[in-house]
Design a binder for this molecule. Structure first.
Ligand code: 9UX
Length: 72
């Protein structure tokens, strides 16, 4: 059972930023796939909802210094 969510990311200025956000998401237990679009200011994440949650994904992004809001 894999769920998908999208988050709006604030504060990314370059590809190092988006790679940092992507790495932070991939390090969260239960995340299967994470794609961050720099221009879109958006992350799309596939995760196991029995292991993690959109709120934990949001916190992981904030922990590396960016703003994040759940879109869907
Ligand atoms: Mo790019 Mo992001 O030089 O905090 S790493 S702006």
């Amino acid at each position: 059972n894999i769920a998908e969510c999208r988050l709006q990311i604030k504060g990314m200025a370059c590809t190092s930023c988006s790679e940092s956000v992507e790495r932070s998401l991939l390090m969260v237990d239960g995340v299967k796939k994470a794609v961050v679009g720099l221009a879109l200011e958006e992350a799309k994440v596939h995760y196991d909802p029995n292991i993690t949650s959109p709120d934990q994904l949001r916190e992981a992004i904030e922990d590396v210094g960016f703003g994040a809001d759940l879109i869907s």
